[in-house]
Design a protein around this ligand. Structure first.
Ligand code: JFZ
Length: 591
């Protein structure tokens, strides 16, 4: 009975937490904290943006005083993004500042970090010069810095800047311009000066922020990036002054949109997210090799080489650049698993540089069931992560005639034959995957590739249809975001607010007639009845359970009698219409 009660209480808390974290009010509050996500970025002059546009892959480094704490304060662990430990654990300023006396990253080796980045295939490094905690990782006139406040006494930013230049990598600084938790007047910092007088943001800006940005822009040679973060409600005049300063001192540096007021050169998507559709313009998505940005002792949720490559290739295929973070520990070392997987991914990139560097986006506009596509002029690189088992790789919608096709591996090139079946191209490939983690098939088209972007349903690969790609009537398609652990964002496009007769309709291109096992992914409350229909009159209707988190439920067998274009319609027949939230439908070909 007792444990039952405990479980119920825990479940109650979980539901409450989930409700708060997904509520619009909470999202708004977090938006205030994290700043304007809708900021539009302009496009920089082509010379300035060349590294960004063509490199497509950079290393992000979160490293600071918080790395020495590693997610733990006085024996208690903070299970969230490690660089927020001071604020989330309410560590008093004087105690936090005292940590500097113990921070001695003697294993820091700039050349080794640069070697890892370079061998990983990354083209630049962006590192935290100062994060929200206010501690400068560079030599500054402000005393709260690594050279003057720690036994280490070296300037690691100087060492890293030099090592990057030596190795031909781009180099840039992250600088928290708005939040400063330890400087009077900084956002979320002390409201009063030590003498009791009130501190203004202007004061923080003049005495610290502007001076330090000048220091990072003048002490470390040419910078490729200045990456400001969390503008929040910082007045525009301050952002303008910083932008002017960067333009004057570092004319070739790219600014990300998080500087605020649309004054950046490119859009930073952030959010640890690879977007589902192609996005125009210059943009980046930043992501982490595990969950936290800065080192956290317990965080072992590493992305392996396959996952790193899959996210990188998908980001490039959507038209963006991938900024992947590592968090060196308090001694200055990149955690071994991160290093290992990055290097492994780098070996693959080294074999297939044209898939990544200066590669254009996928003409399909979205991921395909087995992987993704990047381009170089009239050459398509099909990057296949889920290799088909039956010797046929199916490509939907390519309208342009193919000149040639070949599998490209380290051992060489093997020509591949193809046939056209309606809108589909079928490549004859070996049953065994020719390369791991991903195989590359290079296709030369006779002219600029033209594609019908209709989603495919494949006879030999599982297909997930996201509601993102469905036409919705009588219900509401909306993005939900929530934090999993603190600072770890999850987001999903879902369809909620189901009215009677509400529908999500996908148009798909079915390669072959046949039987498919269908699943739906949703959350909700209580048991619900969903209906799935095709334009051929096939129908599935069944009751399933639901949960407060997204879960995938089997619905049964659905038959397509004819190949070609079809519509698939999902509707909610019975159940809590307020709570129902549909995110995807999945098709598994049946044997
Ligand atoms: C910010 C920081 O608060 C965090 O510590 C880390 O440095 C990260 C890279 O950037 O966090 C953000 C900022 C913006 C968004 C999400 C997290 N966003 O736009 O959704």
């Amino acid at each position: 009975m007792r444990s039952m009660h405990n479980q119920t209480t825990q479940l109650g808390f979980a539901i409450l937490a989930a409700t708060i974290l997904t509520s619009p009010v909470f999202a708004q509050r977090m938006d205030k904290l994290w700043g304007d996500r809708t900021a539009q970025a302009g496009v920089g002059p082509s010379d300035r943006s060349a590294l960004f546009r063509d490199g497509n892959y950079g290393m992000f480094i979160h490293w600071g005083l918080y790395s020495h704490l590693g997610g733990k304060w006085k024996g208690r662990t903070f299970y969230g993004i490690g660089e927020w430990i001071k604020r989330q654990m309410n560590i008093p300023d004087d105690e936090y500042k005292a940590v500097a006396k113990e921070f001695n990253p003697t294993q820091f080796n700039a050349r080794e970090i640069v070697r890892v980045a370079k061998e990983a295939g990354m083209r630049w490094i962006i590192i935290t010069a100062k994060h929200h905690d206010g501690f400068a990782m560079f030599k500054s006139k402000h005393p709260f810095n690594i050279v003057d406040a720690t036994p280490f006494g070296r300037d690691p930013m100087k060492e890293l800047a030099d090592a990057c230049r030596e190795a031909g990598l781009g180099f840039g600084f992250y600088y928290s311009h708005n939040q400063d938790w330890t400087e009077p007047g900084g956002t979320r910092g002390p409201r009063k000066n030590p003498d009791g007088t009130p501190a203004s943001f202007e004061q923080y800006f003049r005495r610290k922020c502007y001076q330090q940005v000048k220091e990072i822009c003048t002490q470390y040679g040419p910078l490729s990036f200045v990456w400001f973060d969390t503008p929040g409600r910082i007045p525009k005049k301050f952002v303008e002054q910083l932008v002017k300063l960067v333009r004057e001192t570092q004319p070739q540096a790219m600014l990300c949109s998080r500087v605020g007021y649309g004054l950046g050169d490119y859009q930073s998507k952030g959010d640890m997210e690879v977007p589902p559709r192609n996005i125009e313009g210059l943009w980046e998505t930043c992501d982490t090799t595990n969950d936290s940005w800065s080192y956290a002792w317990y965080d072992q949720n590493w992305k392996d080489a396959t996952e790193i490559l899959h996210r990188l290739v998908a980001t490039v295929a959507r038209g963006g650049a991938y900024l992947l973070n590592v968090g060196p520990d308090g001694k200055g070392r990149i955690p071994t698993p991160a290093k290992q997987y990055l290097l492994e991914a780098g070996q693959w990139i080294n074999r297939h540089p044209s898939v990544i560097y200066a590669a254009g986006p996928s003409p399909w506009g979205h991921a395909l069931a087995w992987g993704d596509v990047t381009t170089q002029n009239d050459t398509l690189s099909l990057v296949v992560f889920d290799w088909p088992q039956d010797g046929r790789l199916l490509l939907p919608g390519l309208k342009t005639p193919i000149e040639s096709a070949r599998i490209v591996t380290a051992a060489g090139e093997t020509p591949v034959e193809w046939e056209r079946h309606g809108a589909w191209t079928v490549f004859r490939v070996p049953c065994a995957k020719p390369e791991t983690p991903a195989a590359v098939i290079e296709i030369q088209t006779e002219e600029t590739p033209q594609v019908d972007q209709t989603l495919g349903v494949y006879p030999n690969t599982d297909t997930t249809l996201l509601v993102e790609f469905a036409e919705v009537t009588g219900a509401e398609k909306k993005q939900l975001r929530w934090m999993e652990k603190f600072g770890e964002w999850k987001h999903i496009t879902q369809v909620g607010q189901w009215q009677d007769g509400g529908k999500a309709v996908w148009t798909v291109n079915v390669a072959e007639p046949g039987d498919y096992m269908v699943e739906l992914t949703y959350k909700g409350e209580g048991r619900m009845v969903w209906r799935i229909e095709t334009d051929e009159g096939a129908m599935l209707q069944n009751q399933q359970n639901s949960a407060t988190v997204y879960h995938t439920y089997p619905f049964g067998r659905l038959v397509f009698a004819k190949p070609g274009k079809h519509t698939l319609t999902v509707s909610l027949i019975e159940g809590d219409r307020e709570q129902a939230s549909l995110s995807a439908m999945c098709f598994h070909p049946m044997e």
